[in-house]
Design a protein around this ligand. Structure first.
Ligand code: ADP
Ligand code: UDP
Length: 236
């Protein structure tokens, strides 16, 4: 499978067309952004780690019955995925308070919820990805009621599979962002990536941050945190 023309360059990945109109190749970059694009930098080795970790997790989810866009890992940074039409929603699941949840509701980080929460942002950079509810998503015609129900059920299923997996490697899955897409037949699959860029990971014993918060908050040890997550997942 060969790349033909570049279709899109995002903040963290490039997307290329292939000779098969139903497949695209994603190429993961080391570029990192945060704070709504205001903070820019490089995390050496991030592209390869996110690519490999995302592919591993997508395959684990497939085994557990969650349909995903994953097709084939080509090399360290590049993967063939099914081309989807992205549903313009960022779907965020939380198990423990952190980040914008703690800030918005004036609570400390680290409160363990009795049940996971779900929230949606309208994926629109110009509007800074505003928080919306399901009725807003329907009014804006971002997805149908049936699609929203499917997405919610899939997102909670992803959470239960990943939460258990990460706990088994000594990591608390605090929160994460998912994106879903439509295949040509209209069915919904999990798309984009699952990585330390899109999840908060805390060491189960020490609560040490092992994710992009180290970059967002200028904590140092960013590359080491990504490497540590890679070692835990792949046991290397
Ligand atoms: P952003 O667009 O937020 O800067 P990225 O740099 O990660 O994000 O770019 C990757 C883009 O590819 C995103 O817009 C994402 O929604 C999109 N995408 C992810 N998976 C697929 C897929 N299977 N088919 C088509 N587009 C995808
Ligand atoms: N997240 C993401 N992309 C975004 C916004 C959030 O991947 O554009 C992830 C983030 O890594 C975290 C979760 O979604 O795991 C919840 O993020 P939050 O709403 O707390 O926002 P933040 O504090 O990152 O602004």
């Amino acid at each position: 499978m060969e790349k033909t023309m570049q279709l899109y360059e995002g903040k963290a990945k490039k997307v290329y067309a292939t000779s098969d109109e139903n497949l695209v190749i994603v190429s993961y970059k080391d570029d990192a952004t945060a704070l709504d694009g205001l903070k820019k930098g490089t995390i050496t080795g991030k592209g390869a780690i996110n690519n490999r970790m995302s592919n591993y997790l997508m395959q684990l989810l497939e085994k557990e019955g969650v349909p995903t866009h994953f097709v084939k890992e080509l090399n360290d940074r590049e993967t063939v995925v099914r081309k989807v039409s992205i549903v313009p929603l960022e779907v965020i699941i939380r198990n423990i308070s952190a980040g914008s949840f703690a800030k918005r509701y004036g609570v400390e980080e680290g409160i363990v919820f009795d049940e996971p929460t779900i929230e949606f942002s309208y994926k629109n950079d110009a509007l800074h990805d505003p928080l919306i509810n399901e009725y807003h998503a329907l009014a804006l015609k971002l997805a149908s009621r049936e699609e929203i129900e499917t997405i919610k059920a899939m997102a909670f299923k992803v959470n239960s599979v990943l939460k258990a997996f990460f706990l088994s490697i000594g990591v608390k899955l605090v929160d994460f962002k998912l994106e879903f897409g439509r295949l040509p037949d209209g069915s919904i699959v999990l798309a984009d990536e699952i990585s330390p860029d899109t999840c908060r990971f805390w060491d189960a014993k020490t609560n040490e941050k092992l994710d992009k918060d180290r970059f967002r908050r200028d904590m140092g040890g960013v590359e080491d945190a990504y490497q540590e997550m890679m070692h835990r997942v792949f046991g290397e």
